[in-house]
Design a protein around this ligand. Structure first.
Ligand SMILES: [Ca+2]
Ligand SMILES: [Ca+2]
Ligand SMILES: [Ca+2]
Length: 409
């Protein structure tokens, strides 16, 4: 039987109402979206983890205030964005205000900071870059094998200095560097934040003079400010004891040239080739990374593709003294503090670093709440006869805010 006209009309009407309801509901949701501040009323996250909050409303001024029990409220940010991070577990009551004559706004919310599900490791979790300058330990620490790519060498560097492996890598002559991270963000708490180990030692003759083999490496830090998990944010140098001294060069750069495979060596004593790898620096000075008879492998990183490699940064004054006067005995003196491979590892404080030492390119202190990436760079351009170029070595690093993991016996 065919449906009657009135039956069709009745059901069309119901269908029409349903369509209207759906449309109405959708447009209502869109309206809610449009007036949504974009900030929830509750958040849960692990300690030392970033929470990025951004207002979708605009106004003249913004104010993010942390309300502390029995304490004065503290102003966390005056931007439309808040990057919240906390070292301590607990609840954080925050209010967000838009100060505006026409559209003022107030929103209270709570962040609950919890202990991480998988315990953080205090040690290096990942090497991101391994870009050494030429040197007598290059292609051996870590070991280059035929066909190794840059990624292979980064992995090998990670196998050396990651976790508690504690195997030394060399950064080569001035400018060579390594970049690494931990499995969490390292907080800037009062005092030292992380420690880096090297292979510095004091000589036995005058240990009180703190000299021997000190090959200071400069430390740089970076905070994953844009929260993309990539080290593409601004870098800050940690200003060690030498940073503001007149003899310290800022904005220095150097270029090393790949040695010609047909080059005729120019031997000189222990040096099998005194003119092995030429360099020129930003002051117009030139020199060589010489080859010595103790290390016979190639000194130019074999996985580098270019005919030259350049590095730039701060260059510290030379620290070596030829105490024999005839090139037989060199003492490399330690700088006071704030450098890697500069004091023996047993002096933990002298191998520890405070994120509060971070300075911008003009030498002004910046206030970093935490950091995600660390870079260590050989900080001196110096050649000491038969003992060779001054090169920073590192064997590991540790976040001082996470308890040490005891290795099984
Ligand atoms: Ca600190
Ligand atoms: Ca980033
Ligand atoms: Ca060293």
């Amino acid at each position: 039987m065919l449906p009657t006209i009135s039956f069709i009309m009745k059901y069309s009407l119901i269908l029409f109402v349903i369509v209207l309801t759906v449309l109405g509901f959708t447009s209502c949701c869109e309206d809610i979206q449009m007036v949504n501040l974009g900030i929830e009323s509750e958040y849960y996250l692990s300690r030392m983890t970033k929470l990025e909050l951004k207002s979708s409303f605009t106004g003249c001024e913004y104010r993010w205030t942390l309300h502390c029990k029995n304490e004065i409220d503290s102003l966390m940010s005056t931007s439309d964005r808040l990057l919240f991070i906390a070292a301590e577990e607990g609840t954080y009551d925050i209010s967000f205000d838009i100060i505006d004559d026409f559209t003022p706004y107030h929103h209270d919310f709570r962040v609950t900071v919890m202990h991480e599900e998988v315990e953080y490791s205090p040690y290096i979790s990942e090497v991101i870059e391994y870009n050494p300058a030429p040197g007598q330990f290059i292609n051996e620490m870590p070991q280059y094998e035929d066909g190794d790519t840059n990624a292979d060498m980064v992995r090998k560097a990670q196998e050396c200095i990651g976790g508690q492996n504690n195997v030394m890598i060399s950064l080569g002559a001035y400018g060579g560097y390594v970049t690494f991270r931990f499995d969490h963000t390292v907080m800037n708490l009062p005092g030292y934040d992380f420690l880096i180990t090297g292979n510095a030692f004091y000589e036995l003759n005058n240990p009180e003079k703190k000299g021997g083999s000190a090959e200071p490496g400069i430390v740089f830090v970076s905070y994953d400010e844009n929260c993309n998990g990539i080290a593409d944010d601004k870098w800050y140098e940690l200003a060690g004891s030498e940073y503001y001294k007149p003899e310290t060069l800022h904005g220095y750069s150097i270029t090393y040239y790949r040695p010609d495979i047909d080059k005729k060596p120019s031997p000189d004593g222990f040096l099998t080739d005194a003119t092995y790898i030429p360099w020129i620096d930003s002051l117009g000075k030139t020199g060589y990374v010489a080859k010595n008879s103790f290390h016979t492998q190639d000194y130019y990183p074999k996985w580098y593709s270019g005919e030259s490699v350049s590095f730039c940064g701060t260059c510290l004054a030379q620290n070596a003294e030829d105490t024999s006067g005839i090139g037989r005995y060199y003492v490399l003196y330690s700088y006071d503090w704030g450098y890697v491979d500069n004091h023996p590892n047993e002096y933990e404080e002298l191998n520890s670093f405070d994120i509060s030492w971070a300075v911008d390119e003009d030498g002004n202190y910046v206030n970093l709440p935490a950091i995600d990436y660390v870079r260590v760079m050989t900080g001196i351009n110096q050649y000491c006869g038969w003992i060779g170029e001054t090169s920073t070595e590192i064997s590991g690093a540790r976040d001082l805010h996470i308890p040490e993991t005891k290795l099984p016996d």
